[in-house]
Design a protein around this ligand. Structure first.
Ligand SMILES: [Ca+2]
Length: 245
């Protein structure tokens, strides 16, 4: 079955199954915030590492007031290389299906990875456009193999009408948001032990393949290892032209 799946899909499947997944949860106990927090159900409960009790009274879940928009974010502390994000939404400890009171609240949500606290400056990792109360997974695994400092959960009910089954208000009732990636910038691979190639701009590279996002000046190629040679060839050709003149 793996023949028809991309490497990324296979890696995600392996992680979800818990067989091998050595990327660390780089969000745990980091500084979190939310807009429209409900009472003392504060944002940090979504990064406290606890998700055994998915009720609101269990003390392990963040919760928001009724709102037209819902925003929750976590600061990873610096720009890190992320692989995937796992979101556990509140369930009131009941079966997660169309009759669960919370499924309608999660519909339409999006997740961003940004270098600032604004989602508008970030990469959209995922936006729900097709789930229903019968199909939305919980927990949900979101592939986001990019770089950023802030992970932002967002939802809104500002532009009605919405599809059937959507809640009237937006919520960020998050029991846990786990951000799996490398805890130190400049590394890649399942153990985050391989240094990004020397000539990657700002030492940023793909978390799976190690290919550079951009190269430092005068270097090129996926690993930014080819530029010097091209530069030498250009210089040699240029010099030989000069000698022939
Ligand atoms: Ca929690």
């Amino acid at each position: 079955m793996f023949h028809s799946m991309s490497k990324e899909c296979v890696l995600n499947l392996i992680c979800v199954l818990g067989i091998v997944c050595s990327y660390e949860n780089v969000a745990i106990h980091k500084k979190a915030w939310m807009y429209n927090s409900y009472s003392y159900y504060s944002a940090n409960r979504a990064v406290d590492g606890l998700k055994s009790d998915l009720s609101f009274s269990g003390g392990q879940c963040a919760a928001s007031e009724n709102g037209q928009t819902a925003k929750w974010g976590v600061d990873l502390g610096e720009i890190l290389s992320v692989h995937h994000i796992l979101i556990q939404y509140a369930t009131r400890n009941r079966v997660w299906n169309e009759s669960n009171y919370n499924t309608k609240d999660m519909l339409g949500f999006s997740v961003y990875l940004s270098n600032t606290t604004s989602r508008k400056n970030g990469i959209l990792c995922f936006k729900d456009t097709h789930f229903t109360t019968a199909t939305i997974p919980n927990p949900i695994n979101i592939s986001c193999p990019f770089h950023g400092r802030y992970v932002i959960y967002y939802n809104n009910r500002t532009h009605p009408p919405y599809p059937a089954g959507y809640s009237s208000y937006a919520y960020s009732d998050l029991c846990e948001v786990e951000v799996y990636g490398c805890p130190k910038p400049g590394y890649y691979g399942e153990n985050c032990s391989k240094p990004c190639p020397n000539n990657c701009l700002e030492h940023l590279c793909d978390i799976v393949e190690g290919t550079c996002l951009n190269c430092v000046e005068r270097y090129t190629g996926p690993m930014c290892s080819e530029g010097k040679r091209l530069f030498d060839q250009f210089t040699k050709k240029h010099m030989s032209g000069k000698l022939q003149q």
